[in-house]
Design a protein around this ligand. Structure first.
Ligand code: AMP
Length: 417
């Protein structure tokens, strides 16, 4: 039997109400913050991610789904949403608009990782980006949007972790301090960290290996190496968070997995958990690395599957998807055209109808109507049509009455619309 590829999953109808709830909430919150929707293609040129996410990162080094198409182009299924949005910003001259340009998106993302709880090869993200302004108030805005999103979902107990990883001015000083600190421990590091020590020292800090974590705890802190501008930026941000009663903790080990970050980085975790619901930060050099003019930006992305998992484990109830409450039953083939027409008319008027396709007994159709959670069953027969009526059965009280066909629409609108 052919199954969904490892690390991917189908989202069947019963689960869709969670997805709808999360998407609706994300859309509402984005519009409260004046972020406009954007969609970018599922495939991008591989070099978009190589240049922005970074050659030395896990995502680019080990996790991308890259292939050559029939025209010889090297394409990648997008592993994240920020670089494509920045590409679109550049490609469509969005810098001509009033800045910052505020955008949000939903996207699937593809990473060839080992599937496990909270980690799939296809997952989905809700993300937002504010591009074209370097002010720290925008970092605060994006963090506030993220926190409001979780709060509105009903996920109130979250930990906000922040850090600053500096800029190209001050980061080299910090990475050499890190290397100097780690060098004597080289032999005890995991194989990945041995490589990170050469290629991407910042990532030494967020290794999940317990021995490596011991070293990270006492490693030099990026905040101690910030240049004056980065320090002012970070202080400005933390002052705003404090003034707006936003609880946060500073963790010097928070560096994030993608190379494009500068200055602020942050993550939101369910209280007490290390598995991030979402994260983001500032990426002031990303657009330049794609060949554009210097253009700062800041953004956030969260995993929708992980968010839904938290909603479910916390027992948070979500609204049911709208479903028709009217079931249309008929027994005689001779009335099928009339029944079909009636169903069409009702739908055109905005009344959802579940159409019975079974020509079995009325009893069995009523059972079906109940199984579909309908509230009313309309029963159409030859004799009723001749008299210009339809039988309406209230499935909750089991009472039924005849209603003139011409008054049916009004009656249903009164009851179910
Ligand atoms: P990142 O782009 O790595 O910061 O990811 C943003 C968010 O997407 C994370 O905080 C997770 O919630 C989610 N996420 C990232 N990778 C995966 C994955 N492989 N499976 C499920 N969710 C993921």
């Amino acid at each position: 039997m052919i199954k969904a590829p490892r690390g991917t999953r189908d989202i069947l109808p019963p689960e869709q109400e969670w997805w709808q709830y999360v998407r609706n909430t994300a859309t509402e919150v984005s519009s409260l913050y004046a972020y406009a929707p954007i969609d970018t293609p599922l495939i991008e040129e591989a070099r978009l991610f190589q240049r922005s996410v970074g050659e030395g990162t896990d995502v680019v080094e080990k996790e991308m789904y890259t292939f050559t198409d029939r025209g010889g182009n090297e394409l990648t299924l997008k592993p994240e949403g920020t670089a494509p949005v920045c590409r679109a910003y550049l490609e469509h001259g969005l810098r001509e608009l009033p800045q910052p340009v505020r955008l949000y998106y939903f996207t699937p993302a593809y990473r060839y990782e080992r599937p496990q709880s909270g980690r799939q090869r296809e997952h989905h993200q809700f993300g937002c980006e504010a591009i074209g302004e370097a002010d720290y108030t925008l970092d605060a805005e994006v963090i506030s949007l993220a926190c409001t999103f979780f709060d509105r979902l009903g996920i109130s107990r979250v930990d906000l972790v922040i850090n600053s990883i500096g800029c190209p001015e001050c980061r080299p000083g910090y990475t050499s301090a890190l290397k100097e600190y780690y060098e004597p421990h080289r032999k005890s590091l995991c194989p990945d960290c041995k490589r990170r020590l050469e290629r991407n020292p910042l990532r030494l800090l967020d290794c999940k290996n317990s021995a490596c974590q011991g070293f990270a705890a006492n490693a030099p802190r990026s905040l101690d190496y910030l240049c004056a501008q980065c320090r002012t930026h970070f202080n400005g941000l933390t002052d705003i968070l404090t003034a707006t009663d936003t609880d946060f903790v500073i963790d010097h080990r928070l560096v994030r997995g993608l190379d494009y970050y500068t200055r602020t980085v942050f993550e939101v975790h369910p209280e007490g958990s290390t598995n991030a619901l979402g994260g983001g930060g500032r990426y002031d050099n990303l657009i330049q690395s794609l060949g554009g003019p210097p253009t700062p930006g800041v953004g956030f992305a969260c995993g929708i599957e992980r968010t839904i998992e938290v909603l479910q484990t916390r027992g948070i109830r979500v609204p049911a998807l709208p479903a028709p409450r009217v079931f249309l039953a008929y027994v005689d083939r001779s009335v099928e055209k009339m029944a079909t027409r009636l169903a069409q008319t009702l739908r055109q008027e905005g009344i959802g109808v579940i159409f019975s396709t079974s020509r079995r007994s009325l009893k069995s159709q009523l059972r079906q109507a109940n199984a579909r959670n309908a509230s009313y069953c309309l029963i159409l027969g030859e004799e009723e049509i001749e008299r210009g009526v339809v039988v309406m059965r209230d499935l909750i009280s089991s009472r039924q009455q005849e209603i003139a066909l011409e008054g049916l629409l009004e009656e249903l609108k009164r009851r179910v619309a």
